[in-house]
Design a protein around this ligand. Structure first.
Ligand code: FES
Length: 98
């Protein structure tokens, strides 16, 4: 896992907003004290509409789909702090479940 500073990209496009991506963003912001070295960013579309809310973690190249606000603390603890992606939340189109 890449240990350089991470960037969390949250899609706030129309499709993802329909699935509450604003609440996902709010959940990350709520935990910002844990995220001192992490950059939060939003985009208008990640090109994966219909699978949202989509969140990508750079530079790890890890994508999460259908992210629920209550899952955000797990992403923070396990992936952003613990350096281990949350397998069960990975976007299956980009990450095979082997
Ligand atoms: S609106 Fe989020 S992937 Fe397109």
């Amino acid at each position: 896992m890449n240990k350089s500073p991470k960037r969390v990209v949250i899609c706030l496009g129309r499709s993802c907003r329909k699935y509450n991506s604003q609440k996902v963003l709010a959940a990350f912001k709520q935990n910002q004290d844990l995220l001192a070295e992490i950059e939060l960013d939003t985009v208008k579309c990640l090109g994966q509409c219909g699978n949202g809310p989509m969140v990508s973690i750079e530079p790890d190249g890890v994508w999460y789909s259908q992210v629920r606000p209550k899952e955000v603390p797990l992403v923070i603890e396990q992936h952003l702090i613990g350096q281990s992606p949350v397998r069960e939340m990975l976007y299956p189109k980009f990450h095979s479940k082997k």
